[in-house]
Ligand binder design. Sequence first.
Ligand code: UGB
Length: 595
Amino acid sequence: QSNLGILSPDQIELAKILLENGQSHLFLHWSEPGVCDNEKLGFFDQVLFLDLWGLAAYIKTAKELLADSKLGKNPYDGFSPSVPSGENLTFGDENFIEMEKRGVVEARKAAFVLVAGGLGERLGYNGIKVALPRETTTGTCFLQHYIESILALQEASHKVASDGSQTDIPFIIMTSDDTHSRTQDLLELNSYFGMKSTQVHLLKQEKVACLDDNDARLALDSNNKYKIQTKPHGHGDVHSLLYSSGLLDKWLDAGLKWVLFFQDTNGLLFNAIPASLGVSATKQYHVNSLAVPRKAKEAIGGITKLTHADGRAMVINVEYNQLDPLLRASGFPDGDVNCETGYSPFPGNINQLILELGSYKEELQKTGGAIKEFVNPKYKDSTKTSFKSSTRLECMMQDYPKTLPSTARVGFTVMDIWLAYAPVKNNPEDAAKVPKGNPYHSATSGEMAIYRANSRILQKAGVKVEEPVKQVLNGQEVEVWSRITWKPKWGMIFSDIKTKVSGNCEISQKSTMAITGRNVFIDNLSLDGALIVDSIDDAEVKLGGSIKNNGWTMETVDYKDTSVPEEIRIRGFRFNKVEQLEKKFNQPGKFSLED
Ligand code: UGB
């Protein structure tokens, strides 16, 4: 107590909160008054900041959740799981095309929210993940692709707007201390990738205090004994941040109807957005989770219907580490296993949510955006008495429906994996250890998935794209398809893409094709090599005839080879640009490849 002599009454109040909540260890090492006073003041500044969200309540919840975790208590006690029903879409069929068209109409009433506060510890990449190239044929990074996709949707939606309204689609990025300034710099250095800077809002989430043991004693920073260690609180923070930002009211006033949430590195995501937005509108879903078929034990949550003995029921994501114990505890002795389809019967959550804005705002008014927290300590041994490293409370954005009334319309939309989901989450070493048949979720598989999806979309549109070859890159066996890329404005939905393809077209497996213009038409093209076409919007370009050159070859690169930039070596290959036909059309008019 004598050490607190230099403190103000407010600071003494904070010290009391700590002492009354079992945190006296934080002061045990304090030097006598007059020594390290600045550090002590800094300590109270930090405690004041952490207390903005209620430190006593945080410690209380932590104690309860840690006790439950030690006992191995099932968070879904009393609930039985079953497979829910939702919408299953098949790419390119009549229903899919209809849903896409409806989605485009709705898009101008949407706001997009990217959660990008995570550092991606599993990937181990040193930069921010949204700055990674989505593919290395053009080098376009994830953030650029997302912005260009939103702008392409916005434009497509304005074209079909019956009332002629021209609202700009808001784009929100949740950052954290780990990602904020680098995200801001990336945007500013690149003039917001063509979006109006006023359309983009960054909301920064704050970290929460770490916990050292089962008594929820706060952890001190190993380099500074006057500082509490902090870690991210999880993507669930996005709801309280949006609520307190005042943006929801602004959007409602502007006539918006949908909020779409998405994660940082899924390069295929926008292939799935228009159709699933169409599903939300048609089915009038308050909550629509995008899902893909899931392999049992794969590290993605399973969408599950939970029914309680007391009649309560909800459709919710059950996180991958909880699904297996839940199933085992509820009469499924084999736990999380594949069924006869070769997949888990529970659709895999890809954490892309579409929420109906009016009901979302109403719900947040009740909860303030608070999401049920959980704790996931890594214990040293089976006695569960100490942790390998400090832990903290976390929350997940997909837990939002947990507080909704049973009248809420909560559904999901399942799409093909090849079309919709290829995140970049795992480092090469871990990816190479993924059980055979399960997805790698690495930089290698993420890039190969872009080429596979684009090749298959063109196949469906009538182009003969040669089948892929198998190759091992960074210890992972992947299918290598023709390296085909286009800008979102070239074709956001399948019916538009079909209008860009005609005649007999073929593309060999060793080919590369990059289209950066809007009005580019593939017409009787035979490509065996590399073709790079860049054109302004007012240039109408026909890609036809037979093009053969030595193309771009793929050279393997080892991920341990530090002479190669990190964003390349984590893929296990780089392109050797041997020969290409490269054409630029920067004048208005009609052109062909001979021009
Ligand atoms: N993120 C934040 O913005 N803030 C944070 O504090 C933490 C993360 P991860 P995770 O798609 O396969 C999710 O770490 O949490 C952002 C789902 O919960 O990549 O292990 C971060 O920047 C799971 O159900 O994933 O698992 C990133 O954009 C399943 O869908 C996003 O949150 C899984 O993703 C996700 O963070 C998946």
